[in-house]
Ligand binder design. Structure first.
Ligand code: SAM
Ligand code: MD0
Ligand code: SF4
Length: 350
């Protein structure tokens, strides 16, 4: 549908989305089918126009604190799969506090506290609540939690003690694919947990994986599922095969599909938060993702930190280059800059 559009027609298309026009199912399928690089560039330019309309050249920055890499689950795609024989760590509440002390003063908008479904915290959710309470006390910043599926009462406590955002990715809205990815887990429980978090007053992030789907129709189902989920923040990440896991021998895909889906998400969710994760391709990859319509940089990790990411493009690199100052420097070279904290707080309260 974009193939023969002139610059003016592309601008009109962006304008129509800003004015409330929704993509039809046929539109979504057509966009997913684009393979030609020139046409993809047209799609990215529409996504950027829409993003710029709502956010200008301003970007939000999230620090990432993966505080326990123990997990009782066996997600086929994940390095932290319970049977993977890897070095794991669990920070104690005191150690988490130290990490946060070190983040004090960093120009970030939110801190993302992430863990595997570690029984130490899952069987004693009051420990998790206490972590959130202390981190809030220390940093005074908005807090995202990524704890996996937790009970309604725990969500309420987390909210009361300072958690603003729950990140919980469905990975796919194709139930057959879900069963292969999140082996033995309940599709509905994951949906319900997200819905309850919203009811309890939190913002929610949902997301999907790409380069694992059996076909385009599966991706289409996921996009429609996200539409129904209607999250405040919406993510796509490229599946990266992880050594020692059931999907470890799969052939890695390129980021082309992710970039295309980021742009489609921008057309479907014009004014929402859409991340460019540093975890997949570092700062160079961030540039492409922002150019496809993203407006948040996630997985920022202090340069000296020994904490993990989830996918860890830099697991085997000598130098880790995803600290906040390197990010801001690169943003500036693109004509972009960090947003004000007030702008972020406004999004949290809408
Ligand atoms: N344990 C919690 C959970 O699973 O919800 C929190 C961790 S969550 C941040 C881990 C997310 O990283 C997954 O939901 C998935 O979207 C992403 N992820 C994990 N392994 C990945 C991989 N190999 N490639 C791409 N994304 C991956
Ligand atoms: C990221 N490594 O943003 C983080 C993680 C969890 N809420 C986010 C997947 O890429
Ligand atoms: Fe555990 Fe989360 Fe990894 Fe699944 S994705 S194995 S729940 S850390």
């Amino acid at each position: 549908m974009l193939k023969d559009m002139s610059r003016e027609e592309l601008d009109n298309f962006a304008e129509s989305i800003i004015n409330g026009q929704k993509l039809s199912d046929d539109n979504i399928r057509d966009l997913l089918n684009i393979e030609d690089d020139e046409i993809l560039e047209k799609l990215y330019s529409i996504a950027r126009s829409i993003r710029n309309h709502y956010f200008g050249n301003k970007v939000f920055l999230y620090s990432f604190v993966y505080f326990s890499t123990y997990c009782k689950n066996n997600c086929a795609f994940c390095y932290y799969h319970c049977k993977n024989d890897i070095n794991r760590y669990r920070l104690t509440p005191d150690e988490i506090e130290k990490v946060c002390e070190a983040l004090k003063g960093d120009p970030i908008h939110m801190v993302d506290l992430t863990m595997g479904e570690d029984p130490y915290y899952h069987n004693h959710p009051e420990r998790l609540v206490e972590v959130v309470r202390r981190v809030k006390e220390i940093l005074g910043l908005p807090i995202m939690i990524s704890p996996g599926v937790v009970e309604d009462k725990v969500l309420e406590e987390l909210r009361r003690n300072g958690a603003n955002f729950l990140a919980l990715y469905q990975e796919t809205y194709d139930p057959a694919l879900f069963a292969r990815l999140r082996v033995g887990q309940s599709f509905e429980k994951r949906v319900n947990c997200r819905n309850y978090a919203r009811k309890a007053g939190m913002c929610i992030e949902d997301g999907i994986l790409t380069e694992v789907e059996p076909d385009k129709e599966s991706t289409f189902k996921s996009l429609k599922g996200l539409e129904k989920s209607d999250p405040d923040m919406v993510r796509v990440m490229t599946f990266v095969p992880q050594e020692g896991t059931p999907f470890g021998k799969m052939v890695p895909g390129s980021s082309k599909s992710e970039l295309k889906i980021i742009a489609i998400l921008r057309l479907m969710f014009p004014n929402r938060l859409i991340p460019a994760s540093l975890d997949l391709e570092g700062i160079d990859g961030m540039v492409h993702r922002l150019n496809a319509g993203a407006n948040v940089v996630t997985s920022i990790i202090p340069s000296g930190s020994s904490l993990e990411g989830v996918v860890n493009y830099d697991r085997n690199l000598a130098k880790r280059d995803r600290d906040v100052h390197s990010v801001i420097k690169r943003l500036e070279s693109m004509g972009m800059e960090p947003a004000k904290q007030e702008d972020f707080n406004m999004i949290l309260s809408r």
